[in-house]
Design a protein around this ligand. Structure first.
Ligand SMILES: NC(=O)c1ccc[n+]([C@@H]2O[C@H](COP(=O)([O-])OP(=O)(O)OC[C@H]3O[C@@H](n4cnc5c(N)ncnc54)[C@H](O)[C@@H]3O)[C@@H](O)[C@H]2O)c1
Length: 350
């Protein structure tokens, strides 16, 4: 048996990763360390609650004693835990620095004090490269960092800690820099689930600025397959971009979701953009292709499978759409929606 310590496993990508790991690797035992912030959802892993190969630990990755204990038992560490929402990072940057930078340091400190550990997989993001426009050269792993939001700056800070621990202590760390994930169990604050669930409730869909910000939509199952490959066959000390070449502007994504759900495009509202909003990210993923990975879902399939899941799992997202979420939503979109421009006439200037 091999023991995998997964941090942030109750969130979106972490839960998909754990479900896949237990399904695909009969020799895997999983410890999930999660603080259960607003983004952590025990319902994500309800199906494996009774599985004897799975153990949940409710705790904070900033808790050095707890983390040290858990890392002692691990053969592999997969580090997802983070504050992950860019919009919220503009509201409260401190919690991002605490978890994404200090939390990562705490984990690395524990990792360097154990002899047993085979690999650490750190989940970074394509956002560390900063804004990359369609006419620019896609980012390669050796490009410099240029983060522009408190979120991406915190993720860059966490990743720089990894670099230091690779160089200084020889820790066998592999870094993943994935594109925008979509798929089942993503919190409804994020773009695709927000569009989908608002549409299902016949509520307006807020689109920042002119909606022409481009993101590469990577289906979460393809991403998890890539992470499994990197963990077991990636080169320690190396970073890998993970993109799907499914780049589309946000507006086109919202239009497709409405069309799939047979809802009117007039639900779209153009709202004031957030400051420092990167217009695009573009990854060159040749390095991970060289290990034999390629995404199985194109843009249409990615959005279709995601929308279908939210359509079939209304109970899941209705639980998340609680008072706490309503408060956040009002703070982020209340005034913006009151001043919005309707579709398709006026797109408001940035
Ligand atoms: N979702 C994406 O599109 C995307 C893209 C690139 C990179 N990433 C990175 O992938 C990772 C996972 O993203 P996600 O979308 O699943 O995030 P998420 O917000 O859905 O989940 C984060 C999880 O971490 C837990 N957590 C937060 N702070 C913690 C702490 N201090 N201690 C322990 N647990 C804590 C939360 O409870 C939650 O379960 C993050 O590191 C994120 O930066 C995400």
């Amino acid at each position: 048996m091999a023991t995998y310590l997964v941090t942030g496993g109750s969130g979106f990508i972490g839960s998909n990763f754990i479900l896949r790991l237990l399904r695909e690797r009969p020799d895997a035992r999983v410890i999930n360390l999660d603080k259960l912030t607003y983004a952590g959802n025990p319902a994500n892993l309800r199906d494996i609650e009774g599985d004897e190969r799975y153990r949940f630990v409710h705790g904070d990755i900033c808790d050095a004693h707890l983390v040290k204990d858990l890392v002692q038992d691990a053969d592999y560490v997969v580090h997802f835990a983070a504050e992950s929402h860019v919009d919220r990072s503009l509201m409260e940057p401190g919690s991002f620095i605490q978890t994404d930078v200090f939390g990562t340091y705490t984990l690395l400190e524990a990792a360097r004090q154990t002899r047993r550990l085979r690999r650490v997989l750190h989940i970074s993001t394509d956002e560390v490269y900063g804004e990359v426009l369609p006419e620019d050269t896609p980012s390669v792993e050796t490009d410099p960092f240029n983060p522009r939001s408190p979120y991406s700056a915190s993720k860059a800070g966490g990743e720089m800690q990894c670099r230091a621990y690779i160089e200084t202590y020889g820790l066998p760390i592999i870094v993943a820099r994935p594109a925008n994930n979509v798929g089942p169990r993503q919190h409804i604050e994020k773009f695709v689930p927000l569009c989908t669930t608002n549409a299902l409730n016949d509520q307006p869909i807020p689109i920042y600025g002119d909606g022409q910000q481009v993101r590469d939509r990577l289906f979460v199952e393809d991403h998890c397959e890539a992470l499994d490959l990197l963990l077991h066959e990636g080169e320690p000390g190396e970073a890998y971009n993970i993109g799907a070449d499914n780049q589309r502007p946000n507006l086109e994504v919202a239009e497709l979701i409405l069309d799939l759900l047979e809802k009117p495009r007039s639900l779209i509202r153009f709202v004031e953009d957030r400051t420092g909003h990167d217009r695009g990210y573009f990854l060159d993923s040749a390095k991970i292709h060289g290990l034999g990975w390629a995404p199985k879902h194109n843009f249409q399939q990615t959005i279709e499978r995601t929308v279908k899941w939210y359509l079939q799992n209304r109970w899941w997202w209705e639980e998340v759409r609680d008072e706490r979420f309503a408060e956040y939503y009002e703070q982020q979109y209340g005034k913006r929606l009151a001043e919005a421009t309707t579709y398709p006439s006026g797109k408001i200037a940035n």
